[in-house]
Design a protein around this ligand. Sequence first.
Ligand code: NAG
Ligand code: NAG
Ligand code: NAG
Ligand code: NAG
Length: 303
Amino acid sequence: MRLLLLLSTLVWVALASASVPTHANATVPRWMTLPKTPKLPQPYQEGRVKRPDGTSIWYGKWFAQQDSARGRKRAAAHPPLVFLHGGLGASTWLGHQIEHFKQTRNVVAIDSRGQGRSTFNDTITYDLMTDDVVAVLDHLNERNASFAGWSDGAIIILDMLMRHPSRLERGFAFAANYDIAGTQDVTKSPVFTEYLKRTENIYNRINPSAEYTGLQNSIFDMWAREPNGTKEDFTSIPSADARRVWVVDADHEEAVKITQLYDMSAWLPDAGTIILPAVSHFAFMQDPKFFNQALEDLLQYPL
Ligand SMILES: *[C@@H]1O[C@H](CO)[C@@H](O)[C@H](O)[C@H]1NC(C)=O
Ligand SMILES: *[C@@H]1O[C@H](CO)[C@@H](O)[C@H](O)[C@H]1NC(C)=O
Ligand SMILES: *[C@@H]1O[C@H](CO)[C@@H](O)[C@H](O)[C@H]1NC(C)=O
Ligand SMILES: *[C@@H]1O[C@H](CO)[C@@H](O)[C@H](O)[C@H]1NC(C)=O
């Protein structure tokens, strides 16, 4: 997801100081709000996976109904549900989803390299982040998993679908672009600017590398080059794989052009497509109930 890097300090300060409502009301629509940042539920287990380039990838685990034998048995009948956050973010941002799904599923959340609690190596690409996710699955002895990803996390799901389809049981890819030409100028969006401000604060609290400027440069550099998917990349996905994925976006998306969703939907006729109503790139916070229900529907969809 590319951020048009015209962030002069002036624009930054001007936008950042405009206050962004946390609640919708009769005059402020829901998609113009950035609700309070969710809390990451305390993981029942945390760990790190060391990668060949020295990067340490953090993950958290939650076991369904930890105290109930029946809940455990039911959750064990499914692969785990893995959450992947958006660029510069952390698993924290998907706290509402983790809180909800840990009641019925075994849940894993992964902080992508350099971000959240994971350490930084200035090389960040979608392929590297995808390979990190596969390494976490290997470490956890999971043959495959279902995935819910937002933005960069959704791009990782699409990358898995193309490069590691056997590890992806189901994928809910929310707010992905497949091509850098498919992004919008987020510097014009007060909601996105507020997100960037909050995410820097969270980073400074939890990241062991403390390299925010370096991270930002690496992420912006990636967003300027990738993703670079083509029609061919999508149409060559076998239908048996494509049908395990739903591509999802929001009707008031401020970061990705909605035509990216239309293209992917047309190129993956066997996949599901959802446009979430009256929300933006931050639908999982603006309307967690609808978002979670949509994800639940995918998890229960007969394959
Ligand atoms: C709606 O929220 C905005 C921003 O918080 C506030 O300025 C405005 O007064 C509110 N309007 C109503 C009708 O409550
Ligand atoms: C980053 O990765 C490169 C390439 O594998 C490696 O040479 C370098 O030592 C790594 N840097 C850090 C800080 O781990
Ligand atoms: C994922 O693993 C489960 C359990 O081992 C298996 O039944 C299922 O076929 C696998 N899915 C894929 C896409 O390989
Ligand atoms: C897309 O970008 C990756 C990483 O920079 C590169 O390896 C690949 O060749 C590019 N693909 C195309 C079609 O340009």
